[in-house]
Design a protein around this ligand. Structure first.
Ligand SMILES: [Zn+2]
Length: 396
């Protein structure tokens, strides 16, 4: 078994050790040491990285027989190595993990709202609370957590037997047997935990919740501590500054301004739809004026400039509102959009015409015998028009 230095000396950044085993992990070289300060992924906290002599430690795993260090190059058993922890990464993890204990304890003490699980991500971490939390209560608990941070309370580690633990006011039932490692935030929280923690709460800097969502009957809080809180603030600052500049409003006016814009856009879309319909009616009349008739059916086949797929459909609908019309309309920009349609009593299958066109010129689409839409046709527009005309003349 590996002697875990981080259990008793979480601030240890470098150490001397001997390679006891050379192994493999998922096809990568790995070693086990007699002692290590490398923290392996567990309890929601990700693994440490760093160096063992001249090789990189890229991952640390809590294996059955000890800690497996995945390394960039093999090391022989018996080799003496100096281990160096990537301290920027580890200290960040310590800030987040102790921050989580303080935050969870605040919810526990003020609202009796228990933390069901904890996950530390690369950018942000989450805790899942048993019940939902109001905005007012969320802020109350955050204020309490930050009060504990700024009081710079001591964070200590000790080991107890299960009997001793059963007499202590642990925040959560320990999930394992045997000797327990307890992490205590002075006069605030006592939890069984194997993770690494800062030695005083002041090092957490600040706890900030960046988002909440409903989750399994309770809620999931996304939070950041320390340097991550500072980075998150900068991101929000830039987003807000950029938005208020574009919209010429004050930060607190942003939500209202966006709502107004959404409403205006919705109204504009409605107006545009009505205008397009009117215009499509006029366009249909213009096209009908010089349509050729085949067996009493007026055939309208055209490439229409400056209309999108919805516009083509509006013109086709306006055309076939008249009696005895069959139409195939195409956009002018490649890849082409296509609409085929026919009036109610005309014996042509517009969908079959469209499918024949798609077969020949590519693209996707479909519809019903009276109206079908396609997109992504490629080829010479004049040839597509000629083909459509021929298909109509043959009766679809
Ligand atoms: Zn913990």
């Amino acid at each position: 078994m590996t002697d875990r230095i981080y259990y008793t000396e979480p601030s240890c950044r470098s150490f001397d050790a001997t390679v006891t085993h050379a192994v493999e992990h998922d096809g990568r070289p790995a070693v086990m040491l007699d002692r290590t300060a490398f923290y392996p992924t567990s309890g929601g906290q990700p693994f440490d990285t760093g160096r063992l002599g001249r090789v990189d430690v890229v991952e640390a795993i809590d294996g059955r027989d000890g800690i497996v260090h995945v390394v960039s190059a093999p090391l022989q058993p018996g080799t003496g190595v100096r281990g160096e922890i990537n301290w920027i990464r580890r200290f960040d993890h310590m800030q987040q993990h102790t921050g989580q204990h303080v935050l969870s304890a605040a919810f526990d003490r003020l609202l009796e709202n228990r933390t069901m699980s904890f996950h530390m991500g690369a950018d942000a971490s989450t805790i899942d609370l048993a019940r939902e939390v109001s905005v007012v209560d969320l802020d109350r608990c955050l204020d309490e957590a930050n009060r504990i941070v700024w009081e710079d309370r001591e964070v200590s580690v000790r080991f107890v037997s299960p009997e001793e633990a059963s007499r202590l006011p642990l925040r959560k039932e320990p999930g394992r047997d045997g000797t327990l490692r307890l992490v205590e935030v002075s006069d605030f929280d006592l939890s069984a935990c194997g993770g690494t923690h800062v030695s005083r709460t002041g090092a957490i800097g600040m706890v900030v919740v960046t988002g909440t969502e409903r989750f399994r009957g309770g809620c999931r809080l996304t939070f950041v501590c320390g340097a991550r809180a500072s980075r998150a603030f900068r991101v929000y600052r830039d987003v807000v500054a950029g938005s208020v500049r574009v919209l010429s409003v004050l930060p607190h006016e942003l939500p209202g301004a966006i709502e107004r814009m959404q409403l205006e856009a919705k109204q504009s879309r409605k107006t545009l739809g009505r205008l397009q319909e009117t215009l499509a009616g006029h366009e249909a009349l213009r096209l009908l004026a010089d349509a050729s008739s085949v067996d009493g059916v007026r055939i309208v086949v055209h490439v229409i400039d400056g209309w999108d797929a919805a516009g083509l459909k509006a013109i086709a609908t306006a055309l076939t509102a008249h009696d005895n019309v069959a139409a195939a309309l195409f956009s002018s920009a490649e890849p082409l959009a296509a609409v085929t349609a026919r009036s109610q009593r005309v014996e042509i299958d517009a969908n079959r015409v469209l499918r024949a066109l798609l077969e020949r010129f590519g693209g996707r689409g479909g519809g019903k015998p009276d109206l079908a839409q396609g997109a992504g046709l490629t080829g010479d527009p004049q040839q597509i028009v000629a083909t459509a005309r021929a298909l109509f003349t043959r009766g679809g």
